[in-house]
Design a protein around this ligand. Structure first.
Ligand code: ATP
Ligand code: MG
Length: 300
């Protein structure tokens, strides 16, 4: 168990960004595997299985202790593996202790509120793991790539100046610091896929009828704006990577490796909370002993 946590720490540290200044996306290779060869994938999948069991154990304590909430945010281009990663990493977790929420294009009710509103509605309760598949970060990504989306947000025009993105970064940083101070632990993942691998995965979806449902024409349109998205991601990470709410820029060209890194970060995060089952005080111990005695005598 100790060694799982040690490994997890190493994988997490390799891709953690806590200080955004000077961060460059091109310094992280989407095909990186920290030297693990794809022949050793099998070992990696065993490690992943052990990781899943460890996450399940830690999550049970998180739930029993009922103090911390953990929010995991997943951002990525299409086909980077958000769904598959979430599914694998959480496969051992009790569904009652975990909520997944997908953020799609905002509804008219969402657009009638401030941009963090719909995110706050889905924050995890204490004792739970919350997963955001996309998040309020779309507000400095897709909304930045398509400025007409910002117009639809019906903000008073005098509030939308040339510093609007800087202001959003500042608001997000403050919001995440607020969450941190309230026992909501925030960890953010950017699944970093190469444009080449995205093409390969799109073609696979188009060629395989069981995967057709996963492909939409919108995905191809987004691909055309690839460079704008990469710029927006880089700038977002630069301005919102903090000690209390780090980004993890996870190589995403090899699915097995993405899953290994993400599960490592989850293990490392949960371990850092020093979780334990609540202690039983003497009054409660007496209560339990009485219940045990009464059940032992009850032979009807
Ligand atoms: P999948 O394709 O695996 O189902 P997905 O997250 O890509 O997952 P889609 O329904 O394809 O789901 O896409 C959701 C879309 O909603 C994305 O294009 C995203 O950019 C968009 N979106 C999310 N939040 C916002 C926002 N605040 N403003 C505008 N668009 C948004
Ligand atoms: Mg999609």
């Amino acid at each position: 168990m100790k060694s799982i946590r040690k490994h997890a720490q190493r994988f997490a540290e390799a891709y953690r960004v806590t200080e955004g200044k000077g961060f460059r996306l091109r310094d992280v290779d989407p095909a990186d595997t920290l030297g693990i060869k794809s022949e050793d994938k099998l070992d990696a999948s065993q490690a992943l299985q052990q990781g899943v069991e460890e996450i399940s154990r830690l999550q049970e304590m998180l739930y029993a202790q009922d103090r911390w909430a953990v929010l995991l945010i997943f951002q990525a281009m299409d086909a980077a593996g958000k769904d598959g990663t979430i599914k694998h990493v959480l496969s051992g977790v009790n569904p009652q202790g975990c909520d997944v929420h997908s953020f799609k294009a905002p509804s008219s009710e969402d657009l009638d509120h401030d941009f963090l509103w719909r995110g706050t509605k889905h924050l995890p309760e204490r004792g739970r793991l919350g997963i955001f598949k996309r998040s309020y970060y779309e507000e400095t990504l897709v909304v930045r790539v398509y400025p007409d989306l910002l117009e639809k947000e019906k903000l008073p025009p005098k509030l939308v100046g040339k510093h609007v993105w800087k202001e959003r970064f500042e608001d997000i940083r403050h919001f995440e610091r607020y969450l941190d101070r309230n026992g909501v632990v925030v960890r953010k993942f950017f699944l970093h896929l190469s444009k080449k691998e995205q093409r390969r995965r799109f073609l696979d979806r188009l060629e395989n009828s069981e995967k057709h449902w996963k492909f939409s024409a919108a995905d191809a349109r987004e691909r055309e704006r690839w460079d704008d998205y990469m710029e927006a991601y880089e700038d977002t990470i630069r301005h919102t990577a903090t000690e209390e709410a780090p980004w993890f820029v996870v190589p995403a060209d090899n699915k097995w490796f993405t899953r290994l890194v993400v599960s490592s970060v989850v293990i490392d995060t949960l371990s850092s909370l020093h979780l334990k089952f609540p202690e039983v005080d003497s009054a409660r111990r007496k209560e339990l002993a009485a219940a045990r005695a009464s059940l032992a005598n009850d032979r009807r």
